[in-house]
Design a protein. Structure first.
Length: 139
């Protein structure tokens, strides 16, 4: 039985040769094998323990990072609003601008401790699962 497979000339990943009997012989490059492994791994629905450990470690930091960035950026915007009030409308909003600017500075200054506090709390919450996975991996 002869199987005919269409061959596209000039492909980068495979080379095909037709022998004297009219049968194609394919040789694959290492790059293609790696690409096949990557595509195949997308469809495997099991997560290995090392990947679970990495995902848990990243999730411990993510929540604190998002909240602290939000507070810090909001603080910068409030601080900028206070500066505008102070510099542009010097007569009417000068004192209000200073108070708004101080609120913005407190938001900026509070972002860093907020990050550490939330990250510490998340690590305590994930501590048993991470330790269990790391113990299993170290065996």
């Amino acid at each position: 039985m002869e199987v005919r497979i269409p061959f596209k000339a000039g492909t980068d990943n495979a080379a095909a040769k037709k022998d004297s009997k009219g049968v194609f012989h394919y040789t694959y490059r290492a790059g293609q094998q790696e690409e096949i492994r990557k595509i195949r791994s997308k469809y495997l629905f099991g997560e290995d323990k090392m990947e679970q450990l990495r995902r848990l470690d990243r999730s411990a930091v993510r929540k604190g990072m998002i909240l602290s960035l939000t507070v810090g950026i909001a603080g910068c915007l409030v601080f900028g609003t206070g500066m505008c009030c102070t510099l542009l409308w010097q007569g009417r909003f000068f004192l209000k601008g200073i108070l708004i600017g101080i609120c913005g500075i407190s938001g900026i200054a509070g972002a860093w401790p907020l990050y550490f506090w939330i990250t510490k709390k998340e690590r305590k919450k994930l501590d048993p699962r991470i330790l269990k996975l790391s113990e299993e991996l170290m065996k």
